[in-house]
Design a protein around this ligand. Sequence first.
Ligand code: AMP
Length: 473
Amino acid sequence: MPAADKYLFEMKEDCGVFGVYGHPEAANLTYLGLYALQHRGQEGAGICSSDGKQLYIEKSMGLVADVFTERRLKRLPGYMAIGHNRYSTAGGSSLKNVQPLAANFSLGSVAIAHNGNLVNAAELRSRLEDEGAIFHSTSDSEVIVHLTAHIHGESFRHRLIHALRDVSGAFSLLILREKELIAVRDPYGVRPLSLGRFDGAHVLASETCAFDLIGAEHVRDVEPGEMLIINERGLESLKAINSVRRAHCVFEFIYFARPDSSIFGGTVVNGVRKELGRQLARESSVDADLVIPVPDSGMPAALGYAEESGIPFDLGLIRNHYVGRTFIEPKQSIRHFGVKIKLNPVRKILKGKRVVVVDDSIVRGTTSKKIVKMIRETGGASEVHLRISSPPTIAPCFYGIDTPTRKELIASTHMIEEIRRFVTADSLAYLSLEGLRSALSNPDDYCYACFTNDYPISFPGEHLQQMDLFVGV
Ligand code: AMP
């Protein structure tokens, strides 16, 4: 297998990270932080702590609450810790990829928790393997550990900065060593990473909803290209990598981040989502009796749509919260089944009504089709108008959102009218790209690649080939 496609199925992951420095309950706080970030990854969870002398690590496949028993948390002593939730991917499910990844090398022990995806990981990995490196996982994050170990230099920070200048792509990283915690964000700031304060301790999290849970104060974002080093001397900020432009992932606002979080300069996600709904109503109004959300992803946009259009809002679909996200089920057959056990249409609300159904995105189209059908057939709606609070998803993400291959994205191969027929809606409208941009305060600072096919972080030549294989063209 050529090096370029060897790690193909390990390339897509979005995750949640959390870290604490300077608190006697570091591991317990990290557990709570990961709990709040569970939506960012359900495949596996791990925590690594340090008491200033050595690292302790516990990790397993599964949800945070299942992975960490009280006994397990007691095995994580110390005043600093980092934690990680890993997202489920198509083929990369295995314990060896659950983070933090820990390693020992000449400068001591190190553990790493990574959110994002490196686009040149395969290339760097083959180079490192040619030089004798032995990899333990198939995760792109391990490349950073090996690069750091291979670079000559006196200090860890010097080596790490040089390693990070070699990697390309998205990384919001937390790194734990025996006596320090390091946080660093890629120069584009693709994935969020925030700094907070709690009870005299420094805390770091992918999203501020994790700060809310423990009662921490949100201080600021870790800046794109910035490295924070936190140790007994305090907090030091270094400009580690030059940032020429920002490319925050707009899909964090559309779908991924929790609505109660503030990300990318302190913007509340819920506010943006509602504005996307309002804009959608301005662009694609329709005569209807009722606006309903696809829970939970369409909720804020549906509220915005209803507000702007003046059409009454109601909960016409009720979600069973005890079923996992259908999107991440590995087999097509399970996914179809999943929609039925997850959502129930409320006939009393829907019967005889012309219904606007709002969701955040259409990926393959399979969920939307099931939903339209159940609203019409089981719910008894007379008309079903589907409104999507983002532009058509036409291109896969290589920076960390788990999207299928290009050919599986229905909008990459079908016109809107064809998609409407496929999902059997009476009408279908997506938000325009301009409409999406108008809801953001600095629209040029975002990555829209999944809607435009215009990737802000270029891929090395070898990866271009991989992208072709990946997208099946
Ligand atoms: P589909 O049936 O493939 O079109 O899936 C559409 C649904 O998946 C929508 O309700 C979205 O909220 C949701 N969705 C979009 N992107 C993702 C993602 N990366 N992970 C999980 N769910 C997603």
